[in-house]
Design a protein around this ligand. Structure first.
Ligand code: NAG
Ligand code: NAG
Ligand code: NAG
Ligand code: NAG
Length: 512
């Protein structure tokens, strides 16, 4: 099985490797040297060299992107939801965004956890009709993981699909060209190399030990860190991979093996059958989400992933122009003296936070007596909900450190606060007949941040913030933008009357 990757003419040119080959035959019977030997083959015959990178990548590829829609190969896209996983709605949206005619895709979904019913239902509502067909297994069907994966192989065969693209919910496919790229690479089984951002955790192994478990290969880190770029023959892949449809008969029931998880059964089965698995890092096609011990107790659980999945959190919840304010050549926006204005969070963040607060529905009454505070008394009360009440206090302090502090360092140069402290972090709700304004006051903070969570003239009328000393108001607030101003002495301010609708703002008093 191992020898088929060599062409004899290559071997002739590389006498050295003939020696290696002979050597390998000698040890072959003694143990699981095969995967290691396959790995070694990645470098043979100029497969990969330091000067030219991956040569083998360019061999035996096909081209499909010029085809008409109805000429595209048919693909079974099978999606697996085996445990509660953050950013599932984003995962599904990215699958829907794959550049590939949906009329050439048969859909297969296995969902084992009730938690994801909602995500899948809204995905199907939007896109189901566009796909060629859909096979959906929900928790109520009671199908186990291995059986479901085997089922996908069966469906692929029945539908005569030319490929099976298997993706787990934790594998975020961010490049819409992924499916086309993988098909064009034309390999039997091919995984895009995905890793957890900032970590060495990935979806392939460079080597396996004699029991078929993980072993680190000498080139593993270089590949994960993309110091070596190419197409790699590897002994284990998981999370996302494309399988050629012609293999389906051979792969029947491959995910079931005694005392072995389905992913191990699959890769072990491929190795036993002598079917090569490849993994490619030629392009970054996506990344992995960390789903360990996901907290599922909230309405918008992804909001709480800022520490565990910082990369996805940033993509979803930070304003796309956030980093512009950090460019040193950029003049900061200053609507009033020493009041700075930054894009900071996405509209998704604003909507989710408001919904989380409304879902809790424990707004304070706007009275001076406030049992939530240490002193039990609030000098300038508002109708509000504290971050602590929705279990987001720690997350919010992290947000202040990671996203607010760098902006503060730019706006108020020379003031360092690491980590920034804040006891009062809350969303204020202004509306007529409830609380519609806030009388002039100082904040008990070194500086205050005030993030607009919705849009004037759309969600409400009136509103805004007026700084009395400067007779300067900010009324055309922008959703997702943050005002930052000194808290004490200089910036005596008031909340202007909201005359219609409901206005929401997020406030923190930093370094009280
Ligand atoms: C695709 O790969 C197979 C071998 O896996 C090869 O036989 C075939 O020629 C390749 N197609 C093209 C167009 O190179
Ligand atoms: C980001 O800035 C660009 C211009 O610099 C603008 O076109 C775009 O709308 C901004 N994005 C958002 C979400 O406001
Ligand atoms: C400002 O600096 C950034 C890099 O920090 C650069 O990308 C951008 O082009 C610069 N803009 C101007 C107007 O010079
Ligand atoms: C404050 O500004 C408003 C216009 O924004 C102006 O009509 C008013 O006269 C100003 N008041 C003072 C005391 O300058």
């Amino acid at each position: 099985g191992t020898v088929q990757i060599f062409k004899m003419d290559m071997l002739k040119r590389y006498n050295f490797f003939i020696d290696v080959l002979i050597f390998t035959f000698v040890v072959h019977g003694n143990g699981p040297i095969k995967p290691e030997f396959n790995r070694f083959a990645n470098y043979l015959a100029d497969g990969w060299t330091t000067q030219n990178g991956c040569q083998a990548c360019k061999e035996e590829t096909i081209s499909i992107r010029e085809l008409k829609d109805d000429e595209f190969p048919t693909v079974l896209v099978s999606l697996f939801f085996e445990q509660p996983t953050p950013f599932a709605e984003d995962f599904l949206e990215r699958i829907a965004n794959l550049k590939y005619p949906k009329s050439r895709i048969d859909l297969f979904i296995h969902n084992k956890v009730e938690f994801h019913n909602k995500d899948i239902a809204s995905f199907l509502e939007k896109y189901n009709d566009m796909y060629r067909s859909a096979t959906i297994l929900m928790p109520s069907d009671g199908i186990y993981e291995a059986a479901a994966r085997n089922w996908a192989v069966e469906v692929c065969k029945q539908k005569n699909d030319q490929y099976l693209f298997s993706v787990d919910v934790y594998a975020q496919i961010t490049d819409p060209e992924t499916l086309i790229d993988l098909i064009e690479q034309n390999r039997t089984v091919l995984a895009p190399i995905l890793s957890r951002p900032y970590k060495l955790w990935s979806n392939f192994w460079g080597a396996v030990n004699k029991d078929g478990w993980y072993a680190r290969s000498e080139d593993y880190i270089d590949i994960v860190e993309k110091k070596k770029i190419g197409l790699w023959n590897v002994p284990y892949i998981t999370g996302a991979y494309l399988i050629h449809g012609s293999l389906m008969e051979e792969l029947r029931d491959i995910y079931s093996a005694e005392n072995v998880e389905p992913d191990m059964a699959f890769c072990g089965g491929l190795r036993k059958r002598g079917i090569f698995m490849y993994a490619t890092n030629r392009k970054i096609l996506g990344h992995l989400v960390d789903y360990d011990n996901m907290d599922t107790s909230h309405l918008h659980n992804d909001l709480y992933q800022i520490v565990q999945n910082p990369y996805d959190w940033k993509l979803k919840y930070i304003h796309e122009n956030y980093s512009q304010s950090l460019e040193l050549n950029r003049t900061l926006v200053q609507p009033c003296p020493d009041v700075f204005w930054f894009p900071i969070v996405s509209t998704k963040f604003c909507d989710s936070l408001v919904e989380e607060m409304e879902n809790l529905n424990q707004w304070s009454g706007g009275r001076h007596e406030d049992p939530r505070l240490a002193g039990g008394y609030e000098n300038v009360p508002t109708v509000d909900t504290h971050m602590r009440q929705i279990g987001m206090e720690e997350h919010w302090l992290h947000f202040l450190k990671v996203y607010v502090s760098p902006l503060q360092e730019r706006a108020f140069e020379g003031y360092h606060s690491d980590p920034p402290r804040a006891i009062m972090n809350f969303v204020v709700r202004y509306r007529p007949n409830e609380q519609d304004r806030l009388r002039p006051h100082h904040d008990s903070s070194t500086f205050t941040i005030n993030i607009a969570l919705n849009t004037p003239m759309k969600d409400f009328e009136g509103g805004g913030c007026r700084f009395l000393r400067y007779n300067c108001s900010v009324t055309a607030t922008r959703k997702g933008w943050m005002l930052m101003h000194p808290g004490r002495l200089t910036h005596f301010h008031e909340g202007l009357v909201t005359t219609k609708g409901t206005r929401y703002i997020m406030i923190s008093f930093v370094d009280p």
